[in-house]
Design a protein. Sequence first.
Length: 198
Amino acid sequence: MGANHRFLQQASSLIAMIVTVYGGSEPKAGSPAYLEAEALGHSLAQNGFSAMTGGYMGTMEGVSKGCAENNGHVIGVTCDEIENWRAVGPNPWVLEERRTETLKARLNVLVDDCDAAMALPGGVGTLTEVMLLWNQLAIDALPLKPLILIGAGWRKVLQESLYSELNQYIPERHRQLIHFVDTPHAAVDILKQVLKDN
């Protein structure tokens, strides 16, 4: 777990906290990746967090479904550019839609408007979201917030590849901004612990 985290929010204000979850659009309902996302949404709601996602299909839908079905608040950040490119609308579990015109604006909402962020496995879009948030945290462009990456894939991409091959360019203070966990349950547990510690 990263050190020296300081947050504006206190553990007592968990109900108001928004957790952005990044993840891929490919997983289908009932698949292991979708069920993992659903379990994360369930756990977030059960612990009093609101979930914010990209609002569409795949793991975004899984998180939304799991959260909404457990009386959690679900925010979907949608985008005209995406819907012009692909005929899709918000998933049915989105309770609050935050619509943007461009993909860049959507990225900014997903990064800026949360109190913490988690990433499930995903593709280019998910990687972009993680890197954008990480970079802004690294240069103090945003208030410090937990960034939690779920699954072995993230460890391989960052710890075994990026950290290893580009070691001299990634100082320890930047590495401490990211938490790696294996499961959705562990992600919520570490979030609660970080908030309690700060």
